[in-house]
Write a protein that binds this ligand. Structure first.
Ligand SMILES: [Zn+2]
Ligand SMILES: [Zn+2]
Length: 448
């Protein structure tokens, strides 16, 4: 075991304390101020100088070996979910770490502490950038849109926002490890997972007495209801290999039962395996939205936002993660296994060789109300040790492995500018149905 990996064990207590703090102080994306302060204070106590995002939570710091070499980015997420039926959810906010990001924050701190132990960097070269990132879970879209309108953020995801802010400029390779409900002592490496578009749809009808004069109303809820049916009917047109997933919710469905709903708000993701297939599915959904609003004579505003890009793990990084993980945990490895969830690590993977392995140590259902961290040794300490081992394998021997991975990497986008140009094309605010004086109706719903 390399001394950097062994050094993680010295900080087991620090890791456990951090896990406890994050578990007891869950905060959703772009609100992780308590978590930010906890980590920032702990990093500073260890002697790190931080570059903070400032108007949103999150920071990074560079560990410089003093020998020339690549820059490896290691990320830890801080945000929680909302699940107010979880027994340990924050009683005021309903927030709870039912995706286990509390483990990532704890592991990042453990790794930071291990990197300060004497002699651990002796055989390594290059720079290690440790980054506490906000806002992975793509939730509370109205709040994030408000932050966008206020000019505080441009993107909903913390990592893509940090990319946009230049915090990943100069990075050569990137990784993070996520906790999952695999058995204790085990880890998983997969090929990747879906990306998504984030969609908000606002139907405007006409309010009228629901019993006395519904003929004077236009029912926005029924327009939304028709849309859900149309989306369900479209599902058979999606090819299995494209892994399209659409799961709308209605977040406002009416105000009082005796009035025809004139304001209805629907939210959804359009998930898929490639940006191309996501855009094609999105076009069909937008057509359904417009046509179903037109069927009821309602108006409809479609707001599309870039969600997360597909998470496409680099093969070299996957094999590196396998080699590093096998020395510490039972490892399940597949070069084809594909997940249908999304992460903004996907955005990072569009430009940099990246990987996002999982470690076990949680029980229950992910994002569910029975999710707990059951084994800190795997979920946090094991995670930090695997990350330390990945750093060793990348940066020893003049970073031969890191350079080899970088040389054979085939990015989806050649430059960060190309990447942002593509995802910026997804932004769309469109009144999708127009009613004309001559009785004709036109629809406009394409963002391509
Ligand atoms: Zn999650
Ligand atoms: Zn997660």
């Amino acid at each position: 075991m390399h001394k950097l990996v062994a050094a993680v064990e010295k900080h087991a207590q620090r890791i456990e304390k951090a896990l406890e703090f994050f578990w007891k102080n869950p905060e959703t994306g772009y609100r992780e101020w308590k978590g930010h302060k906890y980590l920032a204070d702990a990093f500073r106590e260890l002697g790190y100088e931080l570059t903070e995002a400032g108007n949103i939570p999150g920071f990074y710091t560079d560990v410089v070996t003093g020998r020339p070499g690549p820059m490896v980015l290691v990320m830890g997420e801080m945000d929680s979910l909302l699940c107010d039926t979880h027994p340990e959810a924050d009683p005021e906010t309903g927030a709870v770490h039912s995706c286990g990001h509390c483990c990532q924050a704890a592991a990042l701190l453990g790794l930071a502490a291990a990197l300060k132990e004497p002699g651990v960097l002796d055989e390594l070269c290059g720079t290690i950038r440790l980054m506490a990132v906000p806002a992975e879970e793509l939730i509370e879209v109205e709040y994030r849109e408000k932050l966008r309108q206020e000019g505080i953020i441009r993107y909903y995801g913390g990592k893509v926002e940090f990319m946009h802010r230049g915090f990943m400029d100069g990075v050569d390779l990137a990784f993070m490890i996520h906790t999952t409900t695999a058995p204790s002592g085990s880890g998983i490496i997969t090929k990747g997972s879906n990306g998504c578009i984030s969609k908000e749809v606002i139907y405007s009808g006409v309010a009228a007495h629901a019993g006395g004069s519904p003929d004077k109303g236009i029912n926005a809820l029924y327009a939304a209801n028709l849309t859900l049916n149309a989306i369900n009917a479209l599902r058979e047109t999606f090819r299995d290999d494209d892994h399209i997933r659409i799961h709308p919710i209605i977040t406002h469905g009416g105000t009082v039962v005796n009035s025809i709903p004139d304001y209805v708000r629907l939210e959804s993701y359009i998930r898929g395996a490639t940006l191309e297939t996501i855009l094609a599915a999105n076009e069909k959904v937008n057509r359904a939205v417009a046509a179903c609003a037109a069927a009821m004579g309602a108006k409809v505003l479609i707001k599309d936002r870039p969600g997360y890009s597909p998470r496409v793990h680099d093969l070299g990084m996957m094999r590196l993660a396998k080699d590093a993980m096998e020395e510490i945990l039972e490892t399940s490895y597949s070069e084809t296994s594909w997940g249908t969830g999304c992460s903004d690590l996907g955005d990072v993977s569009m430009v940099f060789p990246a990987v996002h392995p999982y470690v076990g140590g949680a029980v229950g259902t992910e994002h569910g109300n029975n999710y707990y961290i059951s084994d800190v040794d795997t979920a946090c300490i094991g995670s930090a040790k695997v990350q330390a081992n990945m750093l060793v394998k990348l940066l020893e021997h003049d970073a031969a492995r890191a350079w080899e991975i970088k040389k054979s990497f085939k990015p989806t986008f050649a430059t960060m500018e190309d990447f942002f140009c593509c995802i910026d094309g997804i932004f769309m605010d469109r009144e999708a149905v127009s009613y004309h004086d001559d009785g004709t109706v036109t629809m406009s719903f394409s963002n391509q």
